[in-house]
Design a protein around this ligand. Sequence first.
Ligand SMILES: [Zn+2]
Length: 302
Amino acid sequence: MLVPRADSVCSASSSTKSGYRGRFAPSPTGPLHYGSLLAAVVSYLDAKSVNGQWLIRIEDIDGPRTQNGAITSILECLESHGLVSDQPIVYQSQRHDQYTSLLQRLETAGFTYRCPCSRKQLLVSGQHTAQCRNEDLDGLETAIKFRSPNRKISWLDGIAGDVTLAIEDDFVLKRKDGIYAYQLAVVADDIAQKITHVVRGSDLIDSTPIQLAIYNALDIRPPFFSHFPVMTSLQGQKLSKQNHAPAVDNECAFANLTKIIALLGVKGSANVSSCDEILRYAATQWPSVQLNAISHFDELKH
Ligand SMILES: [Zn+2]
């Protein structure tokens, strides 16, 4: 388990051995690539190294971005690598009532306003229109935004250490088209699923101050965040769907895990021959792992 340093004054939680609840939460915009498989393995091992629970959540809040067949493909990929959720899988598309309820709590606490301004308008003028934040905007098409009391948010990260990041602007909680924003949904789900530890790639680190701001507004203790370096190609590009990163080949599941575990710095064991065994073995070695060593994707190619 990744833990905060003893001398820290972190607002994040630590947890008891049995209380750890981690999660892997892919967006179904395509099949998993090797970078996302690595993210799944890292979060899984961190949970299992302390006999914690590991949950899968499908972040399909943005319906138009969900690709046909991607959910099935992602779940098949995880399962073929021995990565199985300890609780029923949660789908964001089925949780709108919970997002409505969390948004109402933020509204009641005075952290929201209605914003009719377009992105272009804000970019060009750098200012909201005179109508914005007006109580009588109900008839207009508006986004609901979070009024950020603090622009700079600090936390003690399990891997990156002391981090301070700025929230650049008030952020959207509910879009003009009625879709709840990813950040609101993630916080609502992590609270509902009692997630104690979020272990994810550093490509998502910009989301963390936003999510922490929501926790602060709700006066709820946030999970303990850890961000590991993302896998890159030898050209230094982050692996992503946009960069046409190849989909994981489930036929090579054991070989994939062997390589990922080696990349994570776990010394191999000759006595493992299945995905379940290699995951169990790696979980016993986890505290010694040097996550900062993760850098190159090409080593995973077959
Ligand atoms: Zn506005």
